[in-house]
Design a protein around this ligand. Structure first.
Ligand SMILES: C[S@@+](CC[C@H](N)C(=O)[O-])C[C@H]1O[C@@H](n2cnc3c(N)ncnc32)[C@H](O)[C@@H]1O
Length: 352
């Protein structure tokens, strides 16, 4: 009875997020048509059948999310983890930010930053207004809007997609390190952004030592704030480039990386994988979650093409046909498996 009620509550919660995201996108597109300066974007039409299939994949994702909670991969409370305070505080700013985005898009400006932002020292591929983000990843305002924008984009599916890394990560850890006390297990989330993935990992691994790194000081400040809300949490965050991880060899039992590889140039993807391999212990598990790719879901190519065309994602078009299994093998990984859920793909690999 309790389970039935909890499942119903979860479905209602997700349905609310889904309607909200859909309505937000419909209204903002209408407003853009009315008042935004003209922009030239060639997009592919999405048929009602394809939209229906997208909805079906979202429903399947939510069912898997529920099942993983039922099976004890993480507590059901994690399904309801939502930054409500940030939602009420920053949702109006999402709308206020739109005119700035429209203006930059109409002027074809994709590397424009506020004058007070210091872009010195970052790799050039990084100094971009990814998905037209005002100030890219380099301001506190951007960090405050990011989680909200991602949830709106995926109609409430972002955290359920992040949570799909948890079952393979836990399985990998228990297969290889069953004799290591839970407190001595170390997991690193590479390019952790605002720390949403670390919050999910904490739900699944309540005792492990969790580490996060990212290139953006602003996003790490936000991660520090959000993770510190968790009772007893001491966020171990570090600002660095994932091409050169500031950790010793063979240190972590697990490494994760979510929604980042599509934002890296091909040769950087390879270097980051090599670094993840270096810092993992033999037997350690590496789990990647990123966008879907063409060879798994060819019928979803219009969604992928539109994502490349409508959002500023300079490396996404290459990414959707990049063979990450081959890259993982080149880095030294073995036992590589892949999965797909909704709009994301997963690679699970082991360091021999
Ligand atoms: C799309 S966000 C994903 C953030 C987070 N993993 C999530 O699940 O939302 C990409 C993140 O990668 C970080 N990033 C990009 N290139 C990086 C690099 N070379 N080294 C470290 N972080 C990087 C950005 O600062 C940003 O926080």
């Amino acid at each position: 009875m309790t389970d039935t009620l909890t499942k119903l509550a979860y479905q209602t919660f997700q349905q609310g997020k889904s309607y909200f995201g859909f309505t937000h996108k419909t209204l903002s597109a209408r407003l853009a048509k009315l008042i935004a300066p003209p922009r030239e974007v060639k997009t592919q039409p999405i048929s009602p059948e394809l939209l229906q299939k997208g909805q079906q994949r979202l429903d399947e994702l939510l069912e898997t999310d529920w099942q993983d909670a039922e099976n004890g991969v993480y507590p059901a409370s994690l399904l309801f983890d939502h930054p409500w305070e940030d939602f009420f505080r920053y949702y109006p700013l999402v709308w206020l930010d739109l005119p700035k985005i429209w203006d930059r898009v109409s002027r074809k400006q994709y590397q424009e930053f506020s004058p007070d932002i210091d872009t010195e020292g970052y790799p050039s591929y990084y100094v971009q207004n990814f998905h037209h983000q005002t100030d890219g990843y380099l301001s506190d305002e951007s960090a405050s809007l990011y989680d909200l924008q991602v949830e709106l984009l995926f109609n409430g599916g972002a955290d359920p997609m992040r949570r799909r890394i948890l079952a393979p990560l836990k399985r990998g850890l228990s297969d290889a390190f069953a004799d290591v006390p839970p407190r001595q297990i170390r997991v690193l989330d590479v390019a952790t952004g605002t720390g949403r993935t670390l919050r999910q990992i904490r739900g699944a691994l309540p005792k492990a030592s969790l580490y996060g790194m990212d290139l953006s000081p602003a996003y790490l400040r936000k991660a520090n704030q959000l993770l510190s809300e968790l009772p007893g949490e001491l966020p171990q965050l570090c600002q660095a480039n994932a091409e050169n991880l500031p950790y010793q060899d063979n240190y972590f039992h697990g490494v994760t990386c979510v929604f980042t590889f599509h934002e890296l140039p091909p040769e950087v993807r390879q270097r980051v994988m090599e670094e993840c391999y270096r810092v993992l212990q033999p037997g350690g598990t590496f789990v990647i979650c990123d966008s879907i790719q063409v060879f798994d879901l060819p019928e979803f190519e219009p969604f992928m093409e539109n994502f490349s065309a409508m959002f500023h994602e300079p490396y996404h078009r290459h990414y959707i046909t990049d063979d990450l299994v081959a890259r993982l093998e080149n880095a030294g990984f073995a036992e590589i498996a892949t999965e797909n859920h909704f709009m994301s793909k997963y690679w699970v690999a082991r360091k021999p």
